[in-house]
Structures are given as structure tokens and as C-alpha cells.
Design a protein around this ligand. Structure first.
Ligand SMILES: CCCCCCCCCCCCCC(=O)SCCNC(=O)CCNC(=O)[C@H](O)C(C)(C)COP(=O)(O)OP(=O)(O)OC[C@H]1O[C@@H](n2cnc3c(N)ncnc32)[C@H](O)[C@@H]1OP(=O)(O)O
Length: 235
């Protein structure tokens, strides 16, 4: 059986194929590291316990430094010409800062498409605190940047964030499931306009809108999303 090949422009942003055994282990390690970081916040332990834990962490870091890194240039090169392996596809999204399960910094935020809506959910712990007991606004902005970027799954191009406007309407609590939703509003040449909302405990806490700029010419809707025209109502 020949291995399935992955093409960069066919990959939904922030979504991942089934993990390879190596990816599953990377995720497992990253989740342990994230849990350690969460545990460390205001940890009320004595100095000796912290010194012992630091030695263990140092030994772990040194053992990992014995390995090199897979080349992003090579991975992207294969994916761009439709010759990416499953491991290549996984390596593109597994380490995304907020959504990658193999990134120890991520909660992680999970993204998916629900018809014409982009959705995400996450529970943010102590390490993501801004105001006491609340999620840092910058973290929510980052999540919204990724969420709105994913409205590019509806079009044939991928671009960069040009403008992101965020309105914080109410504090977003830690340790509570937060849900996100976004929709494509309209396309205008190389510009893609989208908007998003954030909810926690049934209350809208944030509203955002953004403009993405394509580097590959005008944005075009994929045929299966041709109904998302200017006057469509997908809210
Ligand atoms: C789920 C998810 C997650 C996963 C994520 C996966 C990764 C996905 C990738 C996402 C990564 C993660 C996200 C990130 O971190 S992306 C990183 C953050 N963004 C950047 O670094 C972008 C930096 N800026 C630039 O590179 C250039 O300024 C760009 C490319 C944006 C435009 O320079 P360019 O020379 O190409 O454009 P132009 O001057 O010919 O203008 C063309 C048209 O656009 C209009 N315009 C221009 N600028 C802006 C603006 N700022 N807002 C609104 N509109 C703007 C302009 O008026 C004109 O319109 P019109 O006059 O024709 O009507």
C-alpha cells in the first residue's frame, strides 16, 4: 500500500491527521510539560523540593538536546508540491502555539469546521492568567487570530493577518470551557473579512473582526463554499 501524500493547500488550518507513533509520544511529553508548568504557578513547596525538580528538568532537557530537528524548509517544500508525508502534515500543525497538542505552551485550543462556521474550544488554566482568575486578553487575541485565520479554509488562498480588532466585553474566566465561533463576512480582491465571538458560561465575552491579505492573488471561494457570497447569512 502506498502512503497517502499531503498537499499544503488541501490541509485544513489547525486540524491534524491521526498521529504517528512519534507524534503521539511528542504530544504525551508536551502534555506532561504543560501540566508541570501549570503546577509550577504559585507552587507552595520548599526550596529543597524545587532544587530536586530542577535537577530532573535539567537532565530531561539535556537528554533531548542529543537530537536534531526536522527541517521546516524541507517539510514545507514537500507539502507545497503535494508530496508531504503524514509526519510532514502533522509537523505543520502539531506545534502551533495555542492549538498544537505537541506544543507545551498550548492549552490546547481545538479548532474545527461546523458547516460554514469555524469553531474552537479550550479551557485555560493558571498559566494563562491576566487579571486575577481571568484569561489574559492577549491570549484571547491570539486564539482569535488563529480562529479567524481558519476562515481561509473556505477559500483557495492562504494569507497573513492584516488587521485584527478585538473588543473585550466581559472578563473570560479561567478553568471554564470557552467556546469560539467565526464566520467569513466577505471577500474583496486580496482581502478576506471575517468576524468572531467568544463565549464562557453562556455569556459573550469578546467580539472580534479581522482582515486577512492574500499573497497569491485574489481570494476565491472553494466550489463547496460558493454559497458564502456577500449577502449570505451564516451566523
Ligand atoms: C486554526 C488555526 C491555525 C493555524 C494557523 C496556521 C497558519 C496560517 C497562517 C496565519 C499565520 C498566523 C497569523 C500571523 O501571525 S500573520 C503575522 C502577522 N501579520 C503580519 O506580519 C503581516 C505584516 N504585513 C505585511 O506583510 C503586509 O503589510 C501585508 C502582506 C499585510 C500587505 O502587504 P501587501 O504589499 O501585500 O499589500 P498592499 O499594500 O499591496 O495592499 C493590498 C490591499 O490590502 C490592503 N491592506 C494592506 N495592508 C493591510 C492591513 N494591514 N490591514 C488591512 N488591509 C490592508 C490595502 O489597502 C490594499 O487594499 P486595496 O487598496 O487594494 O483595496
Amino acid at each position: 500500500m502506498t502512503e497517502e501524500k499531503y498537499h499544503y493547500f488541501d490541509m485544513p488550518l489547525g486540524e491534524l491527521p491521526e498521529p504517528t507513533p512519534v507524534s503521539a509520544r511528542r504530544r504525551e511529553l508536551a502534555r506532561e510539560l504543560a501540566a508541570i508548568n501549570e503546577q509550577l504557578v504559585r507552587l507552595d513547596s520548599d526550596e529543597a523540593a524545587l532544587a530536586a525538580a530542577t535537577e530532573q528538568a535539567r537532565a530531561l532537557r539535556q537528554s533531548l538536546e542529543g537530537f536534531s530537528h526536522r527541517s521546516m524548509r524541507d517539510i514545507l517544500g514537500r507539502l507545497i508540491v503535494g508530496q508531504g508525508s503524514r509526519q510532514d502534515a502533522l509537523d505543520m500543525a502539531d506545534f502551533e502555539i495555542l492549538s498544537g497538542p505537541a506544543n507545551a505552551m498550548s492549552p490546547p485550543v481545538t479548532f474545527w469546521l461546523d458547516g460554514d462556521i469555524v469553531r474552537a474550544r479550550a479551557t485555560f488554566g493558571r498559566a494563562f492568567m491576566g487579571p486575577p482568575g481571568k484569561v489574559h486578553g492577549g491570549v484571547l487575541s491570539l486564539a482569535l487570530d488563529m480562529l479567524l485565520a481558519k476562515t481561509q479554509d473556505f477559500v483557495s488562498n492562504v494569507g497573513m493577518t492584516g488587521t485584527l480588532k478585538v473588543r473585550y466585553m466581559a472578563p473570560t474566566p479561567l478553568h471554564t470551557e470557552v467556546s469560539f465561533e467565526a464566520r467569513l463576512v466577505r471577500l474583496e480582491g486580496r482581502k478576506l473579512f471575517s468576524e468572531a465571538r467568544v463565549f464562557a458560561d453562556g455569556v459573550q465575552t469578546v467580539a472580534a473582526d479581522g482582515i486577512w491579505i492574500s499573497s497569491q492573488g485574489d481570494y476565491r471561494l472553494k466550489p463547496e463554499y460558493a454559497h458564502l457570497t456577500d449577502d449570505s447569512d451564516v451566523a
